[in-house]
Design a binder for this molecule. Structure first.
Ligand code: MN
Length: 502
């Protein structure tokens, strides 16, 4: 996928025949004007496609089935310009298997005080037409997003845009193939999970491979291709002359060979995400660091230590953030803390190697250093600082009876002092509302040590995605209070047990 413009959202306007052809023609005309405006809105990244006004149960069922069958269509936006009796919508909404958003807007922005008459009232009925439509969504227990406001308002377009991004992530996850090179890191709990449940609920299909399967492909990489990629590295990154002249240079060439092989393997298998593990590197001379960083930068999801759920989540977040260039999205791990007696507490996020350069604030520096674990050659990696400002960390866990998503809003801050001996990329942040509350809430929620970290994906997108997936969503932010948060966890246990049953 190159752009979210490959995706369509269908705009469906509801009405009925009560008002006569003249009113229906006006409804269709107004609807088209709204669609044209939303389609060209800068905050809406997908195409908004106008569909004929629907006035009967048959027309509604037909357009919902067509939406299901259209590969480019990732969801529908519904709006009732007039009243549209909602029993007409039952069959269509029951058949619909794509996300839907209810736009509660009105063509006219203001009441025409001196002109208003019953013709105007009969045409501009969203205020009650959309309530009738809303009832049936609730009555049918359908997850959907309700966006309220005038269609020309920036906040309305931004909310529709966030939903469209979530729908793009959802569409992408429906056929997401995840490749695992080796299994989970042994004895680790949170990286495990039910892959059958994940496929049923989220669409992920997870494939395990022996590392030897990858080695076969890596071994076929030509010296010329390795030369070309190493030269690309020296163009794109800061590379010291030392690295190019010492024995580390052969390590760098092996890193390039590994990247070419991994990329070929993933492309051949049509994979969107992958995992590695330092415990399983049979036949590979170093833990892939640079390769994982660069593949992530190109849109692949990645999870270390066999963490396929985080790999898939990072991919979904990459899709949701596509085209937003004020930052990026990476695999991340809460690594270590700064807990001064007086002063600001921080979390330092990093990983052994694999942090995506899309979040960098400076040109990455390519370096080769020893790695204490894994017992292999010194791996190549990119080092950089992370762009400061708002970001979020998200975790998808399997708590036995269901999946749960945990999101923590954070503020990335400049490092207080240089860290010249730290040989990995890093991000320093203040978790909201503060480290004490955020970490306690995250731990009570069972959030993983791994996360999808993003500067461009918002809480709203993550929440919309969780709704589409019908996944429990727990948010930790400025408003979080631990006792209330613990109650929310307990209430959710009851809710999901009742809602899902056996
Ligand atoms: Mn890890």
């Amino acid at each position: 996928m190159k752009s979210l413009k490959e995706f369509e959202v269908w705009f469906i306007t509801g009405s009925q025949h009560l008002y006569g052809p003249k009113t229906l023609a006006q409804v269709a005309e107004d609807s088209k004007i709204i669609v044209d405006s939303l389609d060209s809105a800068g905050d809406i990244p997908v195409r908004i496609v106008s569909k004929p006004v629907v006035t009967t149960p048959e027309e509604i069922l037909s357009v919902c089935k067509a939406a299901n069958d259209a590969p480019a269509c990732i969801g529908i936006i519904c709006w009732m310009h007039t009243f549209s009796p909602a029993k007409m919508w039952i069959a269509g909404l029951r058949a619909l298997n794509k996300p839907f958003c209810h736009l509660h807007t009105q063509f006219n922005r203001e009441i025409p005080w001196s002109e208003i008459d019953m013709d105007f009232m009969n045409l501009n009925q969203s205020a009650h037409g959309d309530r009738e439509f809303g009832f049936i969504g609730t009555r049918m227990r359908l997850n959907r997003k309700v966006v309220v406001g005038h269609w020309q308002d920036a906040d309305v377009q931004q909310q529709l845009g966030a939903w469209a991004r979530a729908a793009a992530g959802w569409a992408d996850s429906q056929n997401m193939r995840v490749a695992r090179f080796g299994d989970n890191m042994r004895e680790v709990a949170v990286t495990e999970g039910n892959k059958v449940s994940a496929q049923i609920q989220l669409g992920y299909s997870v494939y395990g491979y022996g590392v030897g399967d990858l080695v076969k492909v890596v071994d076929q990489v030509s010296e010329n291709d390795v030369d070309a990629l190493v030269s690309q590295y020296t163009d794109e990154y800061q590379v010291s002359q030392d690295l190019l002249k010492t024995r580390s240079f052969s390590t760098l060439r092996e890193a390039a060979r590994l990247e070419i092989g991994m990329r070929a393997f993933l492309e051949a298998g049509n994979f969107k995400a992958f995992t590695t593990t330092f415990e399983d590197l049979w036949g590979i001379n170093q833990l892939p660091g640079l390769a994982c960083q660069r593949l992530m930068n190109d849109g692949y999801g990645f999870g270390a230590e066999g963490d396929w759920k985080t790999a898939a989540l990072v991919r979904t977040m990459k899709v949701m953030g596509m085209g937003l260039n004020d930052g990026g999205t990476s695999f991340m791990e809460d690594y270590t803390y700064h807990m001064p007696k007086d002063g600001q507490a921080y979390a330092l996020g990093a990983h052994m190697l694999e942090v995506c350069p899309s979040i960098a604030s400076n040109k990455p520096s390519l370096q080769v250093h020893p790695l204490g674990i894994g017992g292999k050659a010194d791996p190549a990696r990119l080092l950089f600082d992370t762009k400061t400002g708002p970001a979020l960390a998200a975790s998808l866990i399997d708590i036995g009876t269901r999946f749960r998503m945990v999101v923590n809003e954070v503020e990335v801050v400049p490092v207080e002092k240089p860290m010249p001996k730290l040989p990995v990329a890093q991000a320093l942040w203040i978790p909201k509302p503060n480290l004490k509350v955020a970490a306690a809430a995250w731990i009570y929620a069972g959030g993983a040590h791994h996360s999808g970290f993003s500067q461009v994906v918002t809480t709203e997108m993550m929440r919309d995605f969780a709704d589409m997936a019908d996944v429990e969503f727990l948010l930790i932010n400025e408003k979080t209070d631990i006792e209330e948060f613990k109650k929310e966890i307990r209430f959710n246990h009851v809710y999901y047990s009742l809602a899902r049953g056996l």
